[in-house]
Write a protein that binds this ligand. Structure first.
Ligand code: GAL
Length: 633
C-alpha cells in the first residue's frame, strides 16, 4: 500500500514536472531553515577580511551584547573565510587554525574543535555562524593569495570546501560544533580553471568552472542548483528541527536570484558590497526588483552592511542612515560588517534604530515595492503587518544623486485615498512628522533617504491589491524561456575593478520575472491602451500562487496581453484556481484585444493560483501579460 502510494506520488510529481502550469492547490514554498524575519547579526568579512582571530570575533560579540545590539535583534555571530587550517588526511575531518582560534586547540596537532568557541557564543545568548564553499576550494585561496592564513598542507589537505564531504562537514559543523548558521560560497566552482596561476602551479586541483560570473549561459545552472539541493538535504538530515540559516553565496550568478528560495534561507543577489556609496546602490538595485521572491523564510540578500566603514563611517552618518534605510525597506538580512570594538556610539545608534529595524523585521515579511523610480529618485513602499486595509505602510524616498533634489510623494504611491489625511512618522527621528492630503513635496540632501511609516485610508473600500503583499505570492513558474541579464541595475564600477579593462558589467539573470505594478520588462502596465497603475506583470506560461486571508470575498482583475509584449501573435488564456479547483477562466486573448474582467468568489479559499497559458509558439519572443488591478476584496 505504502509502495503504491509512493509510486503514485512519484507519478504525480513526474506529471507535474511535465505540466508546470498544473495547479497544486497548496503553497509550494518549503522553507530551508528558519527565518520568519530577515536574519540579523554580525560577520567578520567586511571588517577583517581573512585577518580574523577568535579575539576579534569575541570582542565584536561582546559589543553586540553590551551595546544593546543583541537586544535589537542582531544575534548571529558569523565567522567568515579564514578560520581553517586543513582537511585531515585519512578521515577528511576539518581542522581549525588554532593559532587564530586558541580555544579550538582541544588536543594534539591533529585535533581541534570549534565547540568551545560556539559554547562561548551561545553562553552570551547569541548564535554562531560559519563559512564554507560548495566546491573544493574557497574564495580566499583564489583572491587573498598573500594572506598568511590560507589553508596549509598537501593539495588534498588544502581542499577545505564541501565538495565530496557534504555529509561529513555538515555533521561536524552542525552536530559536533553546534553552529546555527552556514554561509556557503561558490568560488570552488568559478575560480579554479586551468588558466589560473594557483592551479597552473599545482597548488590547487583544477576544476573546470561551472559558474561563470558575467555569463549565465556559460554557467551550469541546473548543476549548481543540484549541489545546493544536496547540501539542503544534508542539513535536513543533520538538523531535522530545521533550526538553522543557510546563506547561499553565489553573487547573483547562475540564476540564483530565481531558485535561491528553493535551496537556501537567503541568497546573495549581487557581487560583493564595498564601502562605497555607488557599490552599495548597485547591490540595492539587484534586490529592488525581486519583490516576489522574498517573504518569511526566504530572503533576497544584497550582502552584508558596510555601516561604520568608508563612505558610511562616523564622518558620513547621512550615508550610513541611507544604507540602513535601503536595507530596511528591502527586508534584507542585516549583517553588521564593521569592527564594533571601534564603532562610535553614533554608528551603533544607527544600527540599533528601533523603528528602522522594526520596518526591516516586520512580521509580514513583505519587501518594499518600487512605486516610482528614475535614475535620480526612488520611492519604495512596504506593506506592514497591520496594513492594509487602511493600515500602516513604510515608505522610503531616496535621492540617489550628489545634488539636493525634491521628491513628491502622493497618496497614489501609497495606494491610499487622495481625499483623506495621511499621517507620517519619521522612523529615524522616532517622531510624528505631520500629515498631508493628496501629495507632499520633500526636499532631500544629496544621497539622503527619508524613511517614514504612513497611516491613511486605503484607496479600495475593501481589500487590497495583490501587488501590495508580495510575500504572499510564490512564483511557481515564471514563464521565462531564455535566461537574460537584468539591465536595470546601477552600473557601479566595482572598487577592485578599473576603467581600463572593460569594467565589470552587471550580469544577473532574472530579467522577465514577474513584477508588482510593472511589466516584467519594466514598462507601465497597459492592455490595449488601457493603463493600470496597479497589478502584476508577468510572462505567459506562468503560474503564480497567492495566499488569501480568511474573510476574503472576491478576486478581481482585468487581464490581457500587455501592450509592451514582445510576442504579438500567440494567444493567452487566463485561469483562476482556488485550492486546486478552477474558479474562472477567459477564452484565448491576443495582443490589442481589450482587457477582460476575471473574477471569482473566494469564500473559504486559502490559496489562489493565477495561470496565464500561452497557445502556440510566438517566434517574436515572450508574450507579456497583465493582471491589471488584481485585487482581493
Ligand atoms: C566572497 C563572498 C564574500 C566573502 C568572501 C570570502 O565570495 O562574496 O562575502 O565571504 O568571499 O573570501
Amino acid at each position: 500500500m505504502k509502495l503504491l502510494a509512493l509510486a503514485l506520488a512519484a507519478t504525480l510529481t513526474a506529471a507535474h514536472a511535465q505540466q508546470p502550469l498544473a495547479p497544486t492547490g497548496r503553497w509550494s514554498h518549503q522553507p530551508v531553515g528558519t527565518a520568519p524575519t530577515p536574519p540579523m547579526g554580525w560577520s567578520s568579512w567586511n571588517a577583517f577580511r581573512v585577518d580574523i582571530t577568535e579575539q576579534k570575533v569575541l570582542d565584536s560579540a561582546r559589543v553586540i551584547v553590551d551595546s544593546g545590539l543583541a537586544g535589537a535583534g542582531y544575534r548571529s555571530i558569523n565567522v567568515d573565510d579564514g578560520w581553517w587550517l586543513k582537511r585531515r588526511t585519512g578521515d577528511g575531518r576539518m581542522l581549525v587554525r588554532t593559532g587564530l582560534f586558541p580555544s579550538a586547540a582541544t588536543g594534539g596537532a591533529n585535533v581541534s574543535s570549534l565547540r568551545p568557541f560556539t559554547d562561548k557564543i551561545h553562553a552570551m545568548g547569541l548564535k554562531a555562524g560559519l563559512y564554507t564553499d560548495i566546491g573544493r576550494n574557497a574564495c580566499s585561496q583564489a583572491y587573498d593569495a598573500d594572506s598568511p592564513n590560507l589553508p596549509e598542507g598537501t593539495q588534498a589537505e588544502r581542499e577545505v570546501g564541501l565538495m565530496g564531504f557534504v555529509d561529513r562537514d555538515i555533521a561536524l559543523y552542525f552536530n559536533e560544533w553546534n553552529f546555527d548558521y552556514l554561509k556557503v560560497d561558490g568560488c570552488g566552482l568559478s575560480s579554479y580553471g586551468r588558466d589560473r596561476p594557483h592551479v597552473a602551479s599545482g597548488q590547487y586541483r583544477e576544476f573546470t568552472p561551472t559558474l561563470v560570473e558575467g555569463s549565465v549561459n556559460q554557467s551550469d545552472v541546473a548543476g549548481t542548483k543540484k549541489l545546493y539541493e544536496g547540501l539542503k538535504q544534508a542539513l535536513r538530515r543533520a538538523r531535522p528541527s530545521n533550526d538553522y540559516v543557510l546563506s547561499v553565496c553565489l553573487w547573483g550568478t547562475a540564476n540564483v536570484r530565481s531558485w535561491g528560495q528553493e535551496e537556501g534561507t537567503m541568497w546573495r543577489t549581487s557581487r560583493d558590497i564595498a564601502n562605497t556609496f555607488s557599490q552599495m546602490v548597485h547591490n540595492f538595485d539587484t534586490v529592488a526588483t525581486r519583490e516576489f521572491y522574498a517573504g518569511p523564510g526566504r530572503w533576497n540578500d544584497p550582502d552584508m552592511l558596510e555601516v561604520g566603514n568608508g563612505d558610511f563611517d562616523g564622518g558620513h552618518l547621512l550615508e550610513a542612515r541611507t544604507h540602513m534605510s535601503l536595507w530596511a525597506i528591502a527586508a534584507a538580512p542585516l549583517m553588521i560588517g564593521t569592527d564594533l570594538s571601534r564603532a562610535s556610539p553614533a554608528i551603533i545608534d544607527i544600527l540599533k534604530a528601533p523603528e528602522v529595524v522594526a520596518i526591516n523585521q516586520d512580521p509580514a515579511g513583505h519587501q518594499g515595492v518600487i512605486a516610482y523610480a528614475d535614475s535620480d529618485r526612488e520611492i519604495l513602499v512596504k506593506t506592514l503587518a497591520d496594513g492594509p486595509n487602511g493600515g500602516r505602510k513604510a515608505v522610503l524616498l531616496f535621492n540617489r544623486t550628489s545634488q539636493p533634489t525634491k521628491i513628491t510623494l502622493t497618496a497614489e504611491h501609497l495606494k491610499m485615498a487622495a481625499g483623506a489625511p495621511i499621517a507620517l512618522r519619521d522612523a529615524w527621528a522616532r517622531a510624528d512628522a505631520g500629515s498631508f492630503t493628496g501629495s507632499k513635496v520633500f526636499e532631500l540632501q544629496p544621497r539622503e533617504a527619508l524613511l517614514f511609516t504612513a497611516t491613511g485610508k486605503h484607496v479600495l473600500p475593501r481589500g487590497y491589491y495583490v501587488s501590495e503583499r508580495p510575500a504572499d505570492l510564490y512564483v511557481a513558474r515564471d514563464g521565462i524561456r531564455a535566461l537574460e541579464q537584468d539591465p536595470v541595475v546601477y552600473r557601479a564600477l566595482a572598487s577592485w575593478s578599473a576603467t581600463d579593462n572593460g569594467g565589470t558589467r552587471p550580469a544577473y539573470a532574472g530579467w522577465g520575472a514577474p513584477r508588482a505594478d510593472s511589466t516584467p520588462y519594466d514598462q507601465a502596465l497597459s492592455v490595449r491602451r488601457q493603463a493600470f497603475r496597479h497589478g502584476i506583470g508577468v510572462l505567459a506560461d506562468s503560474r503564480l500562487q497567492v495566499k488569501v486571508p480568511a474573510g476574503a470575498r472576491r478576486f478581481v482583475a482585468s487581464v490581457g496581453v500587455d501592450d509592451s509584449t514582445r510576442g504579438m501573435t500567440a494567444a493567452v488564456s487566463f485561469e483562476l484556481w482556488g485550492d486546486g479547483r478552477r474558479l474562472a477562466s477567459t477564452p484565448p486573448m491576443k495582443f490589442n484585444q481589450p482587457a477582460r474582467e476575471l473574477s471569482a468568489d473566494l469564500h473559504g479559499v486559502q490559496l489562489i493560483e493565477l495561470i496565464a497559458r500561452q497557445h502556440g509558439a510566438d517566434t517574436a519572443g515572450p508574450v507579456v501579460v497583465t493582471w491589471g488591478e488584481a485585487r482581493v476584496e
